[in-house]
Structure formats: C-alpha cells, structure tokens
Design a protein around this ligand. Structure first.
Ligand SMILES: *Cc1c(COP(=O)(O)O)cnc(C)c1O
Length: 466
C-alpha cells in the first residue's frame, strides 16, 4: 500500500468517533442505534474502496468526510424507505395486474384498520366460547349473493385463484384424468399455466379437440373410468375468433351428469356484477355458471369482484365440503386482513352500493364525464413546453377480463417540446408518487378513468413541474 493512500485512510474518522458526534447522536435517537452504526460502517467502507481505487485525492477525501453525515442519512433512506408504495394509475387499465389489481373500497380499508392492530374472533365462536372457523366471516354473505342461483351454492376461500384451481383439481381429480379442450390450455400472466397446475395437482391432463374447435362429442369420446372431472377454463387474456366452436356450459353439465363426472369451471375474473351495465356483453359471471349447473366455479377476489387478493370456490355442498377438508386447504388459506376486506366488499354488493367499490365505480364512469375531467385538467395545465389535447380512446378492464372488450374513454394526449414521449413517461414514473401512463404514437396518454379524483391535483402538479 502506498504511503499516499495510507495518509488518505488516516483522514477517515473511525466509526466510534463518528457515532459520538451530535448530528449522528440525533440521527441515532430518531432511527435507532443499530441501523445508524451499520449505515456508518457501509459509508466508511465505501470511502475506503474509493481511496483504494485511487478515485480520491486529499481534497476529495476532505470533502467526503464533511459529507459523511449526509451520506449516512442517504444510506438509511435507501434501506428503510418503503419499496412498495402507492402510484397513480393513469393507464386506464382498471384491474392492472402489475399495479396491484383492484384498489380496495373505503369500507374494506376501514375493516382492515379496525381488526389489524389487535385480536379478533378470526377462529373463535363468540356465542359458545369455542374454537371457530375463519370461513364463517364470509359464508353468509356469499350465500345471500349466490342465493338466487339454481342450487344452494356453498363457498370457501383461499389465497388466490391459482391456489383455488390447484386445490379443486387435487381434491376432485388426484390420480385420475381431467378432460379439457385444447383451446383452453391457457397461460395467465405471472406463469399460471393450466397444464403445469394440473401436473402439480396430481391429476392427468386429457386434452381434447383442437385449438379453435372442440365439440361435446370430443369430451364424451374421451370419458373413461379414469375420468374424474370435466374442466372449463376461461380464456382470460386472449380470444379465438373466426372458425370456432366450444360446447356451452349447459352441454358440459349435461354430459357430466350422464357420466357422473363433475364439471369445474375456472372463471378467473368471477363477476358478481352484471357487466352488461357497462356495455360488456360477452362475459358471464359466477351466477350464470351456477345456474348452468357447474359443480364448482373458481374465481379471484381482486379481479372483477374488486376486493382483496383471494381465490374463491363456489359450488355444490358435497364438493365444497370435500375441498374444505383437503389438507392442502390449510396451506393455501386466506389471511385475516383479506377476510376483513372481503367481508366488507361483499357487504357492499349485498347493499347494492356498487359505486363504493373502486373497480366497479371506475368501470361505470361514462365517457362524457371522462371527457369533462380531461378537459378540466387540460385547462389547468400552464406550461410553455407542454402541449395537451383531449382525444377519444379506450380503457381496458384488465385482470384477464373480456380481452376483446374495452370501455370508451377520453385521453389527455401530452407532448413536450424538449422531451420524447418515452422520456416524458420516465419523468412521470420518477415523480413522487410515481405516475404510470401509456405511450402511443409519440404521445403520453393519460386516462383519468383510473385516476382517483383526489389524485388529479398531484397529477396536474407533476405535469406543471416537467
Ligand atoms: C386470473 C386467473 C387465474 C389466476 O388468478 P389469481 O387470483 O391471480 O391467482 C386463474 N385462472 C383464470 C382463468 C384467471 O383469469
């Protein structure tokens, strides 16, 4: 080691010396001794590395030493600032999987707040004083909501829909065969693949038909004594158009009845709300499937339902009871905060107050209202380098719902004199809170459908600061 470098090292204070300074003592009171000491060690080690690499001369070291306190604070912020944080979703994708899918309703958030910090009767029967089951907190609401279906459906809930499918396949078909159309062997974002889930469940996949056409006879010809289940999978994120054929749910159910094989439908999006109200006509919901006689339907809590992440299984009493008693259920169970949010969300459905559920409210906003909001935001933008224009466009429901269905909207199309659309998009992403927007044909497109009204001011401010 050179003498010059040694002289530089000697200029660095020790960890102990630093921790005794007033500024560091104050920092330690605020953030805790251990993390401040750790951050100080990291900062000093970094300076030693820079000296070793020959990046610092005497003046550089002196400067770095005066800045050590700031560097320690920066290091602490980097370590302790939340990584998971709120963003403004200006994409117009209502159930954006990468942005956390369904935002929770006020009542759901309040129920989480009311139960999260203390003890609750999660698995405790307050009447008898005995041990209870966590299922009961949502069962009466599901019974009410699904009551008008063709048969009295029972419901259990697990951690997400992928878990629900795994659990249903394992319970109903382990060691046997499951018949599914080649047109439904889907992959859903985040690598949920039907054939792989099937393999993990211990059931054997029996593919029938072709990618575009599968007839009821294809299913019937494949039925053997090994068949345990007929499976229908919602295509979720793609559509097959043109020369296509797929038996109706009723036909599948009739075939299942004839051969005493249950029918499982993995619906994914699982709407308990009539989507025709928002102009989406080719999506049927949970009720329609139960009415068609499907034995078990699986669906997500945080897609069209607009609640917390959850996987819901609704269906015939005997199958749901079997599913509930599978040992896997314990491994896949839902946590208490999600139960609190799910119960509150379902109560809003029972009340019929759809507009308190953000995902439903956002889907129901009319294009006229969105045009007015976009015009109002445009009028408030005063920036010499920004140009904005309100243009007609389309919002997407997302979350694997109706891949071909869109909602008419109006977009604020923004360009900047000195920045490309990609640069503009990156600047918005770097905002606090980050703003997520799409780029289309050289313009940044802001869709206010998914921007909460209380976020519009922050959006305006971010645009004005560009
Ligand atoms: C979304 C989806 C799933 C997975 O649901 P998660 O709640 O994300 O686990 C499974 N099946 C279908 C058809 C889906 O659309």
């Amino acid at each position: 080691m050179s003498q010059a470098a040694n002289a530089l090292y000697r200029k660095l204070p020790s960890v102990d010396e630093l921790l005794r300074t007033t500024a560091m003592l104050e920092l330690a009171v605020r953030e805790g001794n251990a993390v401040v000491a750790e951050a100080t060690r990291v900062v000093l080690a970094r300076l030693r590395e820079e000296i070793a690499a020959g990046h610092l001369d005497t003046a550089g070291v002196d400067l770095a030493v005066t800045g050590i306190h700031d560097a320690v604070e920066r290091e602490l912020r980097r370590n302790l600032a939340p990584s998971l944080r709120p963003v403004i979703n200006a994409t117009g994708v209502v159930l954006h999987t990468n942005l956390g899918r369904a935002p929770l309703s006020r009542p759901a958030i309040e129920r989480i707040a009311a139960t999260a910090g203390g003890y609750s009767n999660l698995e405790f029967d307050l009447e008898t004083g005995q041990r209870g089951k966590r299922d009961v907190h949502v069962q009466r609401l599901f019974a009410k909501l699904l009551g008008p279906a063709a048969y009295e459906a029972h419901t259990v809930v697990v951690n997400n829909c992928a878990a629900a499918v795994l659990l249903a396949l394992n319970t109903l078909a382990e060691g046997g065969e499951v018949i599914v159309s080649r047109g439904e062997l889907v992959e859903i974002g985040g690598s949920f693949r039907v054939p792989e889930i099937m393999a993990k469940s211990g059931a054997t996949l029996r593919e029938v038909g072709t990618t575009n056409r599968t007839r009821i006879a294809d299913y019937e010809n494949a039925i053997t004594e090994r068949t345990r289940l007929l499976l229908r999978v919602h295509r979720s994120n793609f559509a097959i158009v043109g020369f296509t054929e797929q038996p109706s749910l009723e036909e599948l159910v009739a075939l299942g009845k004839k051969h005493k094989v249950p029918v499982l439908e993995d619906q994914g999006n699982g709407s308990l709300f009539d989507l025709r109200q928002v102009g989406v006509n080719n999506e049927s919901g949970v009720m329609e499937s139960l009415r068609a006689g499907v034995d078990v339907v699986t669906y997500s809590g945080d897609k069209l339902l607009g609640g917390p992440q959850a996987g819901i299984l609704s269906g015939r009493k005997e199958w749901i009871a079997k599913i509930r008693s599978n040992a896997l259920f314990r491994a896949l169970r839902l946590d208490k905060l999600a139960y609190a949010a799910l119960e509150a969300t379902l109560a809003e459905y029972v009340r019929g107050s759809y507009d308190t559920v953000p995902a439903l409210r956002m889907m129901r906003i009319s294009a006229d209202v969105l045009r007015m909001r976009a015009e109002a935001l445009k009028a408030r933008l005063r920036h010499p380098k920004l140009a904005a224009e309100v243009v007609a466009g389309e919002s997407v429901i997302g979350g694997g719902t109706a891949p071909t269905a869109t909602l008419p909207t109006f977009l604020l199309a923004v360009t900047h004199k000195d920045l490309s659309a990609d640069e503009l998009q990156a600047r918005l992403r770097a905002n606090d809170p980050p703003i997520i927007a799409r780029v289309d044909e050289g313009r940044v497109m802001l869709d206010l459908r998914t921007v909460f009204e209380e976020q519009v001011a922050a959006l305006q401010e971010a645009l004005s600061r560009l």
